[in-house]
Design a binder for this molecule. Sequence first.
Ligand code: CP
Ligand code: NVA
Length: 303
Amino acid sequence: MKHLLTLLDISEQDIIDILNLADQLKYELKHGIAHNHLRGKTLGMIFQKSSTRTRVSFEAGMVQLGGYPLFLSASDLQMGRGEPIQDTARTLSRYIDGIMIRTFSQEEVENLARYSEIPVINGLTDLFHPCQVLADLMTVREFKGKLAGLNLCYIGDGNNMANSLIIGGLKTGMNVSVATPPGYEPDAAALDFAKGYADRFTLGHDIEQAASGADVVVTDVWASMGKEAEKEKRKKDFLGYQVNKRTLSFAKNDAIVLHCLPAHRGEEISEETFEERANEIFEEAENRLHVQKAVLVKLMHTE
Ligand code: CP
Ligand code: NVA
């Protein structure tokens, strides 16, 4: 594993290795056991979109690993004035040891990796959010003790989260069911992948069907970053696609609820369900830190 661009590229074994290492690093952090695996290494973090969790968890994670995080706002880089990503990649490769990038187009991230001599990590594109889904898988394992055989249900927009959850869920042996409003289905990249798992994947528009028997219920915002102009139209199109008491009545009694955050209470999740499930949702947010540290160690540790 050279980069983390999409979960399509990495094996189930890579995913399990990352989750195991993440569990270990979480344990070590909680018990004050030092783990300076990246002493002297620098991670450049390019942000073309806003972030709370991704920025702070990568930044704190690098410090905890003994390394140095370098926040690079795309608008302050020459990239923001049109310098090609290929040249940014070749330049940064001469200075630092890894790059994390959050941007719009997946192609841009793939291009960065193509020209980079150092590992590249996708911190979210319009198409995928692999770091978040690794944290989600870690959280499911923590609450449920396993992944394979569990029923994972996603309700809402067929966005970056839906795409990565389909791939990550199916790769780790889960049954994945997705309900979106008509016209908001996941991307072909995820649906083509899911064709190989027809017995464990369903896609439809019916919440009851999708949530029925679920062990894990996941949702995400109706209008992702970059879709702000469609916000009002989406509010109408997504009406009813909400995780709430009624949705959870179809799921198993011990189902957990995940949300990558930020959440819009009263839209994709009710205020009541969000607060009732805050324990699960903020454990998921915490796990971004641990799982990304595992990814950083796997990609950047050289000794
Ligand atoms: N879930 C997530 O990626 O959060 P941020 O946008 O705050 O980084
Ligand atoms: N789908 C959301 C995820 C935010 C972490 C977005 O892209 O804005």
